[in-house]
Write a protein that binds this ligand. Structure first.
Ligand code: TNX
Length: 527
């Protein structure tokens, strides 16, 4: 499906309505009897900005004279400028120096914006003479650079310089996210993915303004983080994976490197240590974590197996204090995810006692607790973030206690679900989730009766029992991830599948340039 430039501009204007501030006044709309100047089509940005206006006139061009100018005092702004300049150098072959002063023509300027106080919002202006990125906070500046990246041709992603011309049509963008939590979960426990692969995953998240990376670091099939006080968790518990492969784990240094790589892209890492169930790898490593003191063998099967930490033993809580203590020290973000799902081998009363004790530990470490929806069955503090995946009653139990939600509905946002019957890998227990299914839902209305203020946002979850290679991670993630990103960022009023799928199709050359595999869903009009 093709839209004329004018039609596409109007569709972009759909997003403007909700923001209510700026209206799309296309210079292409001339008075009767006058010839309209040609206005280029609105760019196919994902997530769609809150408001975008093509302002007309001669384009901006990146030339050998182009510099990146930093007029924002935060050190992170300087880092973002360097990141942008590095990317531009690789794309264009130009020198693109980073400077802090001087009236450079053809400059791309990063500056403070006192008018957009939102933590992640930004404004972006392109004129013939220059590009201005303005934000109150460094995160907004970073997001602005990712928008700028999408304003340039896909050839810019290939990692080797291309001949220009590198032009951008004049426009004004005023943008900010709808939700503060736009997440992506990667299960590195069922199959292990290396720190370099995780960093590559983070780079894709950044392009779509995803700002939370949730790492599922432990499960029955593998323990993936070095814990210095309990070393066998990683060295033995991490020594295999589903199917019997070699598994692996992150050293603390590697984990810190992942956290840093994410932070440089304004992405917060949410680490999860799953308990009281999903603990076979831990119990295989330390027999004292079982009630009978007998260590089970390592497990490399795919199905969940009923196991539980021993709720009555003191050593269980020493283990948790040690593990969460080391994890908290390594994690600058305010959240620790303690899993809490599918505790089928734990009696309900024991489960409630257990979650209360773990919550005390998390709070004692100065962190907020995150748990899967099952923690709504326990007594939880209002500061708890509860991750919905299937059961509305449990989520409501959490809301009734003043807790808040992140939405990961398994029927919409589980990227381990097959796209359709022909998808060679993945699950189907929650149904097929093709691109349209993954795009057409809303985090506030998904569970009836929930209000916007009770929702932090949306998170995609990629479980990896059946996802064995990093190519398969890419294939299950794209093209669904941009949909979750737009659900979390863009105003609900501007979201329309027929328009989105056309926009999405234009991103495929970008993914190819980056070397990313993706699924060519029949629902998307790929070029
Ligand atoms: C359910 S959703 C699980 C995971 C599995 C997933 C497979 C949730 C909290 N638990 O342990 O990997 O299904 O789709």
């Amino acid at each position: 499906m093709q839209h004329s430039p004018r039609r596409r501009s109007v569709l972009i204007a759909g997003a403007v309505g909700l923001a209510g501030a700026v209206h799309l006044t296309s210079p292409a709309v001339a008075a009767p009897g006058r010839t309209a100047p040609v206005t280029p089509p609105a760019p196919a940005l994902i997530p769609k900005p809150r408001s975008l206006r093509m302002t007309g006139g001669r384009p901006f061009e990146i030339t050998a004279d182009t510099a990146v100018v930093v007029r924002h005092p935060a050190p992170e702004a300087r880092r973002t400028a360097e990141y942008l300049a590095t990317w531009l150098r690789r794309a264009t072959g130009h020198a693109v120096p980073v400077v802090t002063s001087g009236g450079t023509p053809q400059a791309i300027t990063l500056a403070v914006d006192d008018e957009t106080p939102s933590a992640e919002g930004y404004r972006l202006d392109v004129t013939h003479g220059g590009v201005h990125l303005r934000a109150a906070e460094p995160a907004g500046l970073f997001h602005a650079t990712q928008t700028l990246r999408q304003l340039l041709p896909a050839a810019a992603e290939s990692g080797t310089p291309h001949a220009g011309p590198w032009t951008i049509s004049p426009l004004h963008i005023d943008d900010a996210p709808r939700f503060p939590w736009r997440g992506s979960m990667l299960d590195v426990a069922r199959h292990f993915f290396t720190a370099d692969e995780v960093k590559s995953y983070i780079d894709i998240l950044a392009l779509y303004k995803i700002n939370r990376l949730h790492l599922h670091l432990s499960d029955s099939q593998g323990w993936r983080l070095e814990i210095k006080s309990w070393p066998r968790l990683a060295t033995y518990g991490g020594s295999t994976e589903v199917g019997g492969g070699p598994g692996g784990y992150f050293t603390q240094r590697e984990y810190a490197d992942i956290v840093r790589h994410a932070a440089e892209r304004h992405i917060m890492v949410i680490p999860e240590i799953d308990m009281p169930a999903h603990v076979n790898a831990a119990q295989a490593s330390y027999a004292e974590l079982t009630c009978d003191g007998v260590a089970p063998p390592l497990y490399t099967g795919e199905k969940g197996i009923p196991n539980s930490l021993c709720i009555d033993k003191d050593i269980t809580y020493r283990f948790i204090d040690d593990v969460l203590g080391e994890l908290a020290d390594l994690t600058p973000g305010p959240y620790l995810h303690i899993g809490g799902d599918e505790a089928l081998a734990t009696a309900p009363e024991d489960y409630r006692l257990f979650i209360s004790r773990v919550q005390q530990t998390v709070h004692g470490l100065g962190k907020r607790m995150v748990g899967w929806e099952e923690v709504g069955l326990a007594d939880i503090a209002p500061s708890t973030v509860v991750q919905f995946w299937a059961n509305a009653a449990k989520a409501r139990g959490a809301l009734a206690q003043g807790a808040t939600l992140v939405l990961s509905p398994s029927k919409k946002a589980y990227f381990d679900m097959k796209y359709d019957a022909d998808t060679p890998i993945g699950h189907d227990w929650a149904g097929y989730t093709d691109v349209q299914d993954g795009y057409t839902w809303d985090p506030v209305t998904y569970i009836p009766g929930v209000t916007e203020s009770q929702v932090h946002g949306a998170e995609a979850a990629l479980w990896t029992e059946r996802v064995a290679t990093f190519e398969e991670v890419q294939y299950m993630t794209l093209p669904r991830l941009p949909g979750v990103a737009e659900i979390g960022w863009s105003p609900v009023d501007g979201r329309e599948w027929e328009e989105y799928r056309v926009r999405l199709a234009t991103h495929a050359p970008r993914w190819s340039g980056l070397g990313w595999h993706y699924h060519r869903s029949v629902e998307v009009p790929w070029g």
